[in-house]
Design a protein around this ligand. Structure first.
Ligand code: HEC
Length: 136
């Protein structure tokens, strides 16, 4: 019984994760590459439309932190921020560093292209996909 439960939980996480990935592919990948190291970013910067997702994820994790270091809370705040940013990107909210903003401009809103539910799911993906992965 326990095994079945565990398998179900595992399976649903996998399905969930792949959902997030699909949403990323459909709505974000045209601008944000999934993984690229710092050196290649600098080399390819003129061809890029946005910072790679690995960088976005790392930067937001650095900046969205509560003092009590509760991982669940930090993850939740991260997800809320990203969900909101997708629908409502603006300079005042942006955590991106100034140089990047100048280079890329502000992200266009995806309000009419993505449902709030999908925005939430892709935000979860953005956090979990890069768990323990540094941008360097
Ligand atoms: C048309 C191009 C484009 C698409 C499509 C796009 N983005 Fe972006 N995104 C950008 C640019 C440019 C920036 C950097 C400037 C900024 O922060 O607004 C950015 C920045 C971000 C940031 C960083 C915000 C911050 O505070 O620095 C997040 C998070 C983000 N995008 C998430 C997403 C997600 C998730 C998707 C897909 C659902 C997506 N983006 C689709 C262009 C895009």
């Amino acid at each position: 019984m326990k095994t079945i439960l565990l398998a179900t939980i595992l399976l649903s996480t996998i399905i969930f994760a792949s959902d997030g990935y699909k949403i990323y592919k459909k709505n974000c990948a045209s601008c944000h590459v999934e993984v690229m190291n710092k050196k290649d970013v600098l080399k390819n910067i003129t061809k890029m439309k946005a910072p790679p997702m690995v960088e976005v994820s790392a930067r937001l994790k650095e900046n969205i932190k509560t003092t009590d270091e509760e991982d669940d809370v930090n993850r939740y705040l991260f997800i809320l921020f990203v969900k909101d940013y997708i629908i409502n990107p603006n300079l005042d909210n942006s955590i991106c560093h100034a140089g990047a903003l100048e280079k890329f401009g502000t992200m266009p809103s995806l309000k009419d292209k993505i449902s709030p539910k999908d925005a939430y799911t892709v935000a979860e993906w953005l956090y979990d996909r890069y768990e323990n992965i540094e941008f360097k």
